[in-house]
Design a protein around this ligand. Structure first.
Ligand code: GLY
Length: 400
C-alpha cells in the first residue's frame, strides 16, 4: 500500500477506535489495567529476549523489521529499566524486580558521561525510579556522580545546560527544548546532596528557556543557540521538526512536561502559567486529530496523510495528569479529560500492540526523527516509558 494512503487508512481506523471506545465507555480503571497488563507482558518478553545480550537495551524497530538495541550511551538507554521499575511498582513481583535491577545496572556507566545533556533522562528514569522504590544507597551514589557530570555542561555566562556538541560551525551553544526534562534530575540532586548549586542551575535553565524558546502563541522552537559571549540567542531553529517555525509535536510535549514538573519542584507560579499556556496551545490546536494522538509535527506538510507520534501523546498525557493536580477547577478537569482521551486512544488496538508482536514494545506509531528519515512510524522505548507512567499516575489518582 502506498505510504500516504496507509497513513490515511490508519487515521480512519484510529478515529473509529476512539469513537468506538468513547461510545462503549469502557470503565477507565479497566482501560488502565488492560494497558498495564499489556505493557507488563511485552516488557517481560523483551527482558527475557535481551537477558543474554550483555549490555544491550531496547531502542526501536529498524528498517529491516528487526529489534534495534543500543548500549548505555544512547540517550534512550534509561527508559526500559525505568519502565520495568514502574511496572514493578504496579505489580511488585520478584521477576519484575530482577529485570529492573538487571537493566538498571546496564546504564551505570552513564554516570561518567559529560558529552551529552541526556544524562538526566538516562539516570533519572532508571536509577531514579529504582532509588525511589528501593532506597538502595548505591543507586543514590551513581545518580549523584551523574549529576556532577551533567553539571559540567552548565555555562554560567549563558545560564543554561549545553545540549549538543555537534554542528559547532552553526550553533555556538545549542539548547533544545528536550533539555527541560533533565532539570528534574538536578532538583533531585539538590535535595539529596544538600548542594543548592543543582537547584540554581535548574531554575536558571528553566528561566532562560521560558524567556527564549517560546513564540507569542506559546509554541516552542526546538533549538535555541546562545552567543557564548553575550548569553543572548543568536539562532532559533529546528533539528527534528518540519521547519524552524513549526511546532514539532514532541518538543511541545517536552515543554509541557518540563514546566509542569518545574512548578512541582519549585512552586514558582510563572512555571505553572507557562505549562498552562503550552497545554492550551496543544489542546486547542486545529491540527490535533480527533483521537488526540498528534501528527509528528503540528505543521507537518501533508497533514492528515503523515505519521503520528504516539510518544508525544504519552508524554503529553503524563504531563496533563500531573498538571490537573496542580491547577484548579474547570481548567484542571479539562487537562484530565484530555489526558484520559489520549490514554484511551493509546490503549486501543490502533496503538497498543498485541502480545508477542511489535518486537515486544507496547506502543506502535511513534516518530523519532522524521527529517532524518530515522525512526518513522515505529515503536520507541520512551513512548512505552511515558505511557506506563501516565497509566500509573492515572491509576493512583483514581485510587485516591
Ligand atoms: N532528543 C529527544 C527527542 O528526540 O525527543
Amino acid at each position: 500500500m502506498n505510504k500516504f494512503l496507509s497513513y490515511s487508512v490508519f487515521a480512519f481506523i484510529a478515529l473509529l477506535a476512539s469513537c468506538d471506545s468513547s461510545s462503549r465507555q469502557e470503565p477507565l480503571a479497566d482501560v488502565i489495567d488492560r494497558g498495564l497488563k499489556a505493557s507488563t507482558e511485552q516488557a517481560l518478553l523483551m527482558a527475557e529476549e535481551l537477558e543474554t545480550q550483555e549490555g544491550r537495551l531496547p531502542k526501536t524497530i529498524g528498517k529491516d523489521g528487526q529489534l534495534e538495541t543500543s548500549d548505555y550511551s544512547w540517550w534512550c538507554s534509561g527508559f526500559f529499566p525505568g519502565e520495568l521499575w514502574y511496572l514493578y511498582e504496579n505489580n511488585p513481583t520478584p521477576e519484575l524486580k530482577k529485570y529492573a535491577e538487571m537493566y538498571t545496572a546496564r546504564v551505570e556507566e552513564v554516570k561518567h558521561i559529560t558529552y551529552s545533556h541526556d544524562v538526566g533522562f538516562m539516570l533519572n528514569c532508571s536509577y531514579g525510579n529504582g532509588y525511589r522504590l528501593t532506597g538502595n544507597p548505591e543507586y543514590k551514589e551513581v545518580m549523584l556522580t551523574g549529576a556532577r557530570s551533567l553539571a559540567i555542561r552548565f555555562d554560567e555566562r549563558v545560564g543554561a545546560i549545553r545540549s549538543w556538541d555537534f554542528n559547532r560551525q552553526i550553533w555556538q551553544f545549542p539548547v533544545i527544548i528536550d533539555n527541560m526534562m533533565n532539570l528534574e534530575f538536578f532538583c533531585w540532586a539538590s535535595k539529596e546532596s544538600e548542594d543548592d548549586r543543582f537547584y540554581k542551575m535548574a531554575v536558571s535553565h528553566a528561566d532562560k528557556t521560558m524567556n527564549n524558546h517560546f513564540r507569542d502563541d506559546y509554541s516552542c522552537y526546538h533549538v535555541v543557540s546562545y552567543d557564548t559571549i553575550t548569553g543572548v540567542p543568536h539562532k532559533k531553529q529546528t533539528h527534528q521538526g518540519a521547519a524552524d517555525e513549526s511546532a514539532w509535536a514532541r518538543g511541545q510535549a517536552w515543554a509541557l512536561y518540563g514546566f509542569t514538573m518545574m512548578y512541582r519542584e519549585t512552586c514558582k507560579p510563572e512555571y505553572l502559567d507557562q505549562a498552562k499556556h503550552v497545554a492550551a496551545f496543544i489542546m486547542n490546536h486545529p491540527n490535533m486529530p480527533a483521537d488526540k494522538v498528534p501528527y509528528w509535527d503540528f505543521d507537518a506538510p501533508g497533514i492528515p496523510d503523515v505519521p503520528r507520534d504516539a510518544s508525544a501523546a504519552a508524554i503529553m498525557a503524563s504531563a496533563l495528569i500531573e498538571l490537573s493536580q496542580l491547577a484548579e477547577g474547570e481548567e484542571a478537569k479539562s487537562y484530565l479529560d484530555f489526558a484520559e482521551q489520549q490514554v484511551r486512544s493509546l490503549t486501543s488496538p490502533g496503538y497498543l500492540a498485541a502480545k508477542g508482536t511489535n518486537c515486544h514494545f507496547a506502543l506502535m506509531h511513534s516518530t523519532g526523527h522524521f527529517p532524518g528519515n530515522s525512526e518513522v512510524d515505529v515503536p520507541l522505548s520512551y513512548a512505552d516509558y511515558y505511557y506506563v507512567e501516565a497509566l500509573i499516575r492515572l491509576k493512583q489518582l483514581i485510587e485516591k
